[in-house]
Write a protein that binds this ligand. Structure first.
Ligand SMILES: Nc1nc2c(ncn2[C@@H]2O[C@H](COP(=O)(O)OP(=O)(O)OP(=O)(O)O)[C@@H](O)[C@H]2O)c(=O)[nH]1
Ligand SMILES: [Mg+2]
Length: 240
């Protein structure tokens, strides 16, 4: 994938505004200020394509960036203390609507966690949600440049007990300053997007009875299986 070909596509403030999915989507989730926009800029080799906020929590929009045949999706950050109740509600229905929409071709969620601190309550809520909803995800530990080697080792050790199903989750250590981890993230996206079959949205609606039947047959085949793309499987709590 040529990440230099990225363009800002569009921004949505309401779930109902988001058009049907016509490409694989890779979404970046995490609390406000964790470094989502910085990571996306690094990934796409751009200084300020995804706006890095000086005022965290101010923008409650989902931002789509187009790269070749995929979308990179910058989700609004959560957990910002001075956000009003109505803004929190807006956030909840936007993110909830997006992640719950089974018709989207959501290939993978990158759940960002600040490497310097234990995961927040909201981080754990997101991780538990992703596990329970069987949405494939990996964890990206951000701001790796801010920790000295010993402190970093200690944090990585602590995450093993702080994060549920840790041993089953793929983790990448990342820094937007040094670029550590960016090749690994690109390789993950490349792997998934090269192997995936894209379903155009018209097909989902079923123009003919046969096509519709075929679509529902397909759905039945996978209904009992956790969602999986390119080898990333969400951890299955029930086996524990
Ligand atoms: N040292 C260091 N600073 C970082 C890194 N990533 C982000 N930052 C800084 O952290 C702050 C927040 O970064 P953003 O990328 O705007 O965070 P965000 O998750 O997009 O925040 P919201 O859009 O509010 O949800 C900025 O001041 C960045 O410069 C990193 O890897 N290392
Ligand atoms: Mg941001």
């Amino acid at each position: 994938m040529n990440y230099n070909k990225a363009e800002f596509y569009t921004s949505f403030g309401k779930f109902s505004q988001i058009p049907k999915s016509d490409r694989l989507e890779f979404a970046f989730s995490g609390r406000s200020n964790v470094g989502k926009s910085s990571l996306i800029n690094k990934l796409l080799n751009r200084k300020n394509l995804a706006r890095v906020s000086s005022m965290p929590g101010k923008t409650v929009t989902i931002n789509f960036f187009s790269v070749e045949n995929i979308y990179i999706v910058d989700l609004p950050g959560y957990g910002y203390a001075s956000v009003s109740k109505s803004e929190k509600r807006q956030w909840g229905s936007l993110i909830g609507g997006y992640l719950d929409d089974g018709s989207r071709q959501l290939a993978l969620v990158f759940q960002l966690v600040d490497m310097r601190h234990p995961p927040s309550k909201d981080d754990l809520m997101m991780i538990n949600y992703l596990i329970d909803a069987e949405i494939p995800f990996i964890i990206v530990f951000t701001k790796a440049d801010k920790l000295k080697p010993n402190a970093r080792k200690a944090r990585m050790e602590a995450f093993k007990t702080e994060i549920p199903c840790f041993e089953d989750i793929t983790c990448v250590e990342f820094s937007a300053i040094t670029g550590e981890g960016v090749d690994e993230l690109r390789a993950i996206i490349d792997d998934i997007s090269e192997g995936a079959e894209i379903t155009p949205p018209e097909k989902l609606e079923g123009d003919t009875e046969d096509e519709e039947e075929e679509y529902y047959d397909d759905k039945e085949d996978i209904s009992d299986e956790p969602k999986s793309f390119g080898g990333f499987l969400t951890p299955n709590r029930r086996k524990n």
